[in-house]
Design a protein around this ligand. Structure first.
Ligand SMILES: [Zn+2]
Length: 288
């Protein structure tokens, strides 16, 4: 019997490692994630943002992830990442996503609580997990190599530990996305994390913690954040996107091949390498 997402998150939190949540918008990226998980016997979460979900199709993505899970007998879960509305949450819920992230960070606190609570009720009735957030994370899942991470941190609201505790208690979310200097994207210099704040969030908040912006944070800082915050889920996107594009550009220059299945294997390998490195840093290797 395979472990549920909740059981894996509990195990990660108790044992001091984190499960990686890797974004996939196409079959090549998905294959890369699955190959890395299979090679390192690691549980993984595949996730899709709003744009990625529309590109792949929610039901298609769920089906493919479930096929891989059965074929490889691995704990591979599927998460709807940063869903901006209740309508989009419903698409994920109906399609069979096991984890749903409602991003109400831009809403007034009371409205965010009200909507998140409603989503939690619907999701829990189906045995699904919900992630919530109260802040606005800066940056975007792209390389910003001309900028320092500080510029993105300036547009991020750092999580207030007391507000976070109140939000989790009132909504009943399973996972809380905490912001303590982590930002989306990769920058000239990695962001500096406010681990004192993370420690306070951990003390006050009684649910799983997730860390977004897992690309571009120094490995030792990621390990420290897992230790200090007992972070159980870490999101990664940008570094995989960059690896995909660079490998594809490199390949296309070398060949006039037109069969896609012959062009893509080195691209898949490049993305797989990123996922493997993250799995090792997060400590989830061998935990499947
Ligand atoms: Zn995110």
């Amino acid at each position: 019997m395979q472990k549920s997402a909740r059981e894996v998150l509990e195990q990660a939190q108790n044992e001091g490692w984190a499960i990686g949540a890797f974004n996939a918008a196409n079959i090549e990226t998905l294959r890369a994630i699955v190959a890395a998980a299979s090679k390192l016997r690691s549980p993984v979460i595949v996730e899709s943002s709003s744009g990625e979900t529309k590109f792949f199709g929610a039901e298609n993505l769920v089906d493919v992830v479930k096929n891989f899970r059965e074929e490889l007998n691995l704990p591979i879960f599927i998460n709807l990442d940063h869903s901006p509305s209740e309508e989009e949450i419903k698409v994920g819920l109906d399609a069979g996503y096991e984890l749903l992230h409602f991003d109400g960070g831009k809403l007034p606190f009371e409205e965010n609580v009200e909507k998140t609570k409603r989503i939690v009720e619907q999701a829990h009735a189906k045995g699904l997990l919900v992630e919530g957030e109260i802040d606005h994370i800066g940056g975007s899942s792209a390389p910003h190599l001309g900028e320092s991470a500080e510029s993105a941190q300036k547009s991020t609201t750092y999580t207030d530990p007391d507000k976070a505790a109140e939000f989790c208690k009132e909504t009943g979310v399973d996972t809380f996305a905490a912001f303590f200097g982590n930002v989306h994207g990769v920058y000239k210099e990695p962001p500096k994390l406010d681990l004192e704040r993370l420690k306070k969030i951990r003390e006050k908040v009684d649910c799983f913690l997730s860390m977004h912006g897992g690309s571009g944070i120094k490995d030792e800082d990621v390990r420290e954040a897992i230790k200090v915050g007992r972070i159980a889920k870490i999101n990664v996107n940008t570094e995989m996107r960059v690896a995909f594009r660079e490998a594809l550009e490199h390949d296309l220059k070398k060949t006039d091949e037109v069969a896609i299945y012959k062009i893509m294997p080195p691209v898949i390998e490049a993305v797989q390498k990123v996922v493997e490195e993250k799995i090792k840093v997060f400590g989830s290797e061998g935990k499947a």
